[in-house]
Design a protein around this ligand. Structure first.
Ligand code: NAD
Ligand code: ZN
Length: 244
């Protein structure tokens, strides 16, 4: 383990363009369950797809009922030492961007400045017809009245500003992430099982373009073979040990 830590710190120090690519696993130590680990969200809730959300009132209500239960996990969560370590690496100039699949906003809260959110964020919701934006506080109040949320202005369907399964990724963010993946020479891939496309293609692009990868996950992934170094363990512990 110590050898790997040493090698990882050296890689970070000797690279010119290091970026981090993170998933739900970096936030489990903040008390937000991931999807696929034991006890993860998929064992308790069904995923409502974008199509269901748009066309099926029952699915919408089911979604908002779940959101009501989970939102406290999200809004009370604080960044953990892994988020903080990445923010410090950015401050010291060792990493340039964090590309994240998370919607929890914890990277920004930890002080990371350049954060690219591939799956949106849970800070608010948007009317699908007139694009009126709602803050999450407002949404929670509305949910006390009814579950099939409708826009105050036009009666349209209100959808959280997170990207749903079956919904295309925000184009601007995806293009930025792809450009970064093309240019970076080192990518720290942290807390992601890389099973969601096209997000998972980002480390693949980096690898294809000759960047080195360092993986930090609790469990194995199908893509571990791409990495120069693979850590199996807690993100906060490994990043603390790597500390430069
Ligand atoms: P995932 O659930 O598929 O995989 C999580 C990965 O993190 C696994 O490889 C697991 O071994 C690892 N892990 C768990 N705890 C860890 C820890 N303490 N330290 C290091 N590794 C740890 O997550 P994913 O690949 O990000 O895909 C899930 C999708 O769900 C993402 O698209 C994301 O947008 C969304 N999601 C986000 C949040 C959030 O914002 N916090 C939470 C749940 C799901
Ligand atoms: Zn509207």
């Amino acid at each position: 383990y110590q050898e790997k830590i040493k090698k990882a710190s050296q890689l970070i120090k000797n690279s010119n363009y290091t970026v981090a690519f993170t998933g739900a696993g970096i936030s489990t130590e903040s008390g937000i369950p991931d999807f696929r680990s034991p006890g993860g969200l998929w064992q308790r809730f069904r995923i409502v797809t974008y199509q269901e959300f748009i066309y099926d009132r029952q699915a919408r209500e089911e979604f908002w009922r779940m959101k009501k239960e989970l939102i406290h996990h999200l809004t009370n969560a604080k960044p953990n030492n892994a988020h903080i370590a990445l923010a410090e690496l950015e401050k010291k100039g060792f990493i340039k961007h964090v590309i994240t699949q998370n919607i929890d906003g914890l990277h920004q809260m930890a002080g990371s400045k350049s954060v690219i959110e591939l799956h949106g964020n849970q800070r608010g919701a948007i009317c699908l017809d007139c694009e009126k934006l709602y803050k999450m506080d407002e949404i929670l109040k509305m949910l006390e009245e009814q579950l099939d949320l409708r826009c105050y202005d036009c009666g349209g369907i209100i959808k959280p500003t997170v990207v749903f399964f079956g919904e295309p990724m925000p184009e601007k963010e995806l293009i930025m992430a792809q450009q970064i993946a093309n240019q970076c020479d080192l990518m720290l891939v942290i807390g992601t099982s890389l099973q969601v496309e096209p997000a998972a293609s980002i480390p693949r692009i980096a690898h294809t373009r000759g960047a080195k990868l360092i993986f930090i996950n609790k469990a194995e992934t199908d893509w571990d073979w791409m990495a120069e170094i693979v850590f199996y363990g807690s993100a906060s512990q490994v990043l603390k040990d790597i500390a430069i």
